[in-house]
Design a protein around this ligand. Structure first.
Ligand code: FAD
Length: 456
């Protein structure tokens, strides 16, 4: 039995970037809100920690030049960015385990593979140009593109094995975080077109261009500060009772909060709406849709050292090894280099296979993998931080959700279709900036606008 009742205009479920962006826009436009957040903190898939006396991130962090909503949000909140460190030689580890150093964009993988990769990127970019990231299902050939798996496309269209392995590793490993045979070409293309093209999505200079001074969770912390006591923490929405023009949400354990509002924005990853009881139940299309969307698997690792020692050896700390457990590596040191931090992501099948190891064995394999890139000093970090996003109760995976083949064209714009007074937000249903913080902002603002229009 709830002990506290809040009456407001719009109830927002989820205080990630999407929910908070929605709430901030509603309040700025004169509407009243209450935001219910399950965790004891705001920020969702962004989460700061402190290393070397400065903020570092356990979740999302990088900002790309194309992300205009993100740039505008940071400016509005008075938050600065700094350029990610990538001076010096990058590392590429080939199928034989041989370490290559290089500078610039192109890993030294041999002329034939480089050429094949260029051709494959051009094909993907041509297709990306034809898609509207806001509605990829409207492409004239969407049905076919949604039935072909990304793996099948790779096998049929990319003749060179290493080019295939790299593309698989970047899109399936690096972004969807699930095997390439489990999602369609159209779903993969949504990710690419949401960023503007393969260069914007895959090239570290672009997709990892900037970091946020104070850590990316600061965005949510500042938004929550503006919203004040409208944000209620440790209040997981358990039940949403709705009619055509009202919602009543019970949150938290017995003795928690009930919010009564005219409308709701549910701003949680779609895989989590399954955990909320709706009364009356959601329509079949909405239920099947959220069951058809599944998260990827991501374990983000930060290895901390006294100093960024690799810089002394002229290494950027950035590298790529599609055939290894540590498939990617980046220098994630604080801006003042008060500590050295290397970060990697165990993604998709790698997260799952490493998840079968003991924590001790996993740590050993990961550090040995990092040492392949930057030398044996990587083996002895002063701290080692793992964040397994699959184990996070209020996310249960990362970076975001995606359909299996056929899902996008089966459900189309159902992903954003309101049910009665219930609207939906989160990066997973965003077009531009899909599965990025950019998409979270855009999707929150879009849902807020829809509520304002419905109220007018
Ligand atoms: C390891 C990692 C690395 C990433 N790297 C980048 C990157 O470099 N750049 C980038 O742009 N993006 C990155 N991302 C993605 C980015 O973090 C997300 O796209 C974005 O933060 C999602 O915001 P959101 O508000 O849509 O969802 P979320 O952040 O998931 O917010 C949803 C909120 O809802 C809450 N919630 C869930 N269920 C309930 C409930 N029943 N009741 C109340 N509250 C509930 C959750 O606790 C959470 O706070 C990364 C993500 C991860 C995990």
């Amino acid at each position: 039995m709830a002990t506290r009742t809040i009456e407001t205009e719009v109830a927002v479920v989820g205080a990630g970037i999407a929910g908070l962006s929605a709430a901030a826009k509603l309040v700025a436009e004169g509407a009243e809100v209450a935001v219910l957040e399950a965790r004891d903190r705001v920020g969702g898939r962004t989460w700061n920690t402190e290393i070397g006396g400065e903020a570092n991130e356990l979740g999302g962090q990088w900002v790309a030049p194309y992300q205009s909503a993100m740039h505008a949000m940071l400016e509005d909140l008075g938050i600065e960015m700094f350029e990610s460190f990538r001076e010096g030689s990058h590392t590429f580890i080939d199928p034989a385990g041989k370490v290559h150093r290089y500078e610039g964009h192109d890993a030294p993988m041999g002329d034939a593979s480089e050429k094949a990769l260029e051709v494959a990127d051009a094909k993907l970019d041509a297709l990306a140009k034809e898609l509207d990231p806001e509605s990829p299902w409207d492409h004239p050939d969407a049905e076919r593109l949604d039935r072909v798996t990304f793996e099948t496309w790779l096998q049929q269209e990319v003749s060179d094995e290493m080019a295939r392995d790299l593309l698989r590793s970047w899109l399936a490993g690096g972004f969807l975080a699930k095997p390439a045979h489990t999602f369609s070409l159209l779903q993969g293309m949504w990710m690419i077109s949401g960023a503007g093209g393969t260069f914007e999505l895959f090239e570290p200079e672009q997709c990892l261009a900037y970091r946020v001074v104070g850590g990316s969770q600061l965005i949510s912390l500042r938004l929550a500060e503006r919203l004040g006591d409208r944000v209620v923490l440790e209040a997981p929405a358990r039940e949403i009772r709705w009619s055509d023009d009202s919602v009543e949400i019970d949150a938290g354990e017995a003795g928690g909060v009930t919010v009564k509002a005219r409308r709701a924005i549910v701003a949680v990853p779609p895989n989590l709406t399954e955990g909320i009881r709706f009364e009356p139940v959601l329509p079949a299309w909405r239920m099947r849709m959220s069951q058809a969307l599944s998260q990827g698997s991501i374990n983000k690792i930060l290895a901390v050292y006294e100093t960024p020692f690799w810089r002394e050896e002229g290494l950027s700390g950035q590298g790529f090894a599609p055939y290894e457990l540590v498939r990617e590596l980046y220098d994630n040191s604080p801006p003042s280099a008060s500590a050295g931090v290397l970060t990697t992501f165990l993604a998709g099948e790698n997260a799952e296979s490493a998840g079968r190891l003991s924590a001790e064995d996993r740590r050993r394999h990961v550090l040995e993998g990092m040492a392949e890139y930057v030398g044996p000093r990587a083996l002895e970090p002063v701290d080692y931080i793992e964040t397994d996003w699959c184990g996070q109760e209020w996310t249960r995976g990362a970076y975001g959700t995606s359909f299996g083949p056929g899902g996008l064209t089966r459900f189309r714009d159902d992903i954003r279709r309101p049910v009665g007074p219930i609207h939906w937000a989160c990066t997973d249903i965003a077009g531009v900036g899909h599965i990025h913080m950019e998409g979270a902002i855009r999707s929150g603002q879009r849902a807020a606008q829809a509520c304002l229009e419905a109220a007018a």
